[in-house]
Design a protein around this ligand. Sequence first.
Ligand code: CDP
Length: 229
Amino acid sequence: MKQITIAIDGFSSTGKSTVAKLVAKALGYVYVDSGAMYRAITFFAMQNDMISNNHFSKDKLIAELPNAKVSFKFNDELGFAEVYLNDENIERDIRTLEVSNLVSTIAAIPEVRAQLVKIQKEIGKHKAVVMDGRDIGTVVFPDAELKIFMSASADTRAARRFKELSDRGETVSYQDVLENVQKRDHLDSTRKDSPLYKAEDAIAIDNSNLTIQEQLDFILQQVQTILKA
Ligand code: CDP
């Protein structure tokens, strides 16, 4: 059977990864969370005192990038691949609001992007992949057969992320989460290298009022159409 590449881009906390994981599972494809890779480099920079809320040693990070090996390992129990930094599982460490507050600064650095995009292209070279992020349909896989661009109102997104963080036991305020979502959207959309925008051939989905099942059905329908063509 023909295999395709599915690129899912969009604003922060639009539920891209939730749907992408389900799409990958339904098709037997590999799911790759490219945001986790930018978060992993951010965590590396935090651990090595290269970045905090009031300082950033950009040159030091660039010099140390060869020592930050980001990879994925499939977790059979969870049913998806977890992110590793130099062979350490950091899946939980990278989802904090602290990392979210610094990641867009790190993701704007061309050297960081070049290192991660190379890995992303390698993972997707045989197709049968669902990757979500900000530049997947525009930079990583411009020839992807199916491109989706997800958005939702800022309130809806902040509420989703607030629930996710609270459920995980993190003490955060809704206001801080909302501010983070808005600030990241701005930084991600206005940076020079690979800014977030909708590829011309991407299908836009505003999922403010859609269930996960509705989004999944819609995307799988698109896949069927492509496979039949
Ligand atoms: O919080 P959310 O799940 O929406 O974000 P994420 O997918 O984990 O991505 C975290 C951050 O990584 C984004 O805000 C971007 O700054 C950066 N990113 C990027 O620049 N390019 C990608 N392909 C994926 C993420």
